[in-house]
Design a protein around this ligand. Structure first.
Ligand SMILES: CC(C)(COP(=O)(O)OP(=O)(O)OC[C@H]1O[C@@H](n2cnc3c(N)ncnc32)[C@H](O)[C@@H]1OP(=O)(O)O)[C@@H](O)C(=O)NCCC(=O)NCCS
Length: 157
């Protein structure tokens, strides 16, 4: 089976698709879906959209990986990880140097995927998402001033 992960142009059709998948993924949380300033990706199995994810580009060089959902029949295939990677690549291409996101404390699958990709917990200046959420960050591009660290230099024998 070949599943593609692609950015999508949002028309009313895509909005309906996102709402439909979202309802399957967050049955008790349908009110917090936001479309303002969100760039979306879909995973397509053939021509069927089976997962979505969004990015909001914050003005401070941080790309916020926002909501993501994978339909139950397509979970455990690495689609969430592919959606994280796709959004990181796009953020890098736009010159963003850091991705940030949050997870609910009980969402072990998402948290483990982020840890696997090198995300670290951090304390945001303010919690723009869940009040009890775990907030994660990952630096995408090293600052050139970090290129040579004193600890990286060979020690004299
Ligand atoms: C959380 C969620 C996005 C993960 O998506 P996913 O594409 O299944 O995630 P991945 O395949 O990348 O990682 C799956 C992990 O789930 C587990 N898993 C394996 N089979 C699974 C299955 N059939 N169903 C669910 N999880 C499974 C494994 O631990 C796997 O890790 P592994 O690859 O090391 O074995 C998805 O479960 C979902 O949409 N949940 C509801 C909405 C939600 O919580 N969204 C995230 C908000 S940040």
């Amino acid at each position: 089976m070949s599943i593609s992960v692609v950015p999508v142009v949002i028309t009313p059709t895509e909005v309906d698709i996102i709402k439909w998948i979202d309802k399957k993924c967050f049955p008790n949380d349908i009110n917090s879906l936001n479309f303002d300033g969100v760039y979306w990706w879909f995973a397509y199995d053939g021509d069927k959209p089976v997962a979505y994810a969004g990015t909001i580009y914050f003005p401070n060089n941080n790309a916020f990986l926002s909501r993501a959902g994978v339909l139950p029949g397509w979970r455990g295939m690495g689609l969430h990880r592919r959606l994280v990677r796709a959004r990181e690549r796009a953020a890098k291409a736009r010159g963003y140097t850091r991705t940030v996101t949050y997870t609910s404390p009980e969402n072990v699958v998402s948290s483990n995927n982020l840890i696997r990709f090198g995300y670290k917990l951090y304390t945001p200046p303010y919690k723009w998402g869940l009040v009890n959420g775990l907030y994660w960050e990952r630096v995408l591009v090293r600052d050139t001033s970090d290129d040579i660290q004193i600890d990286d230099l060979p020690t004299a024998s």
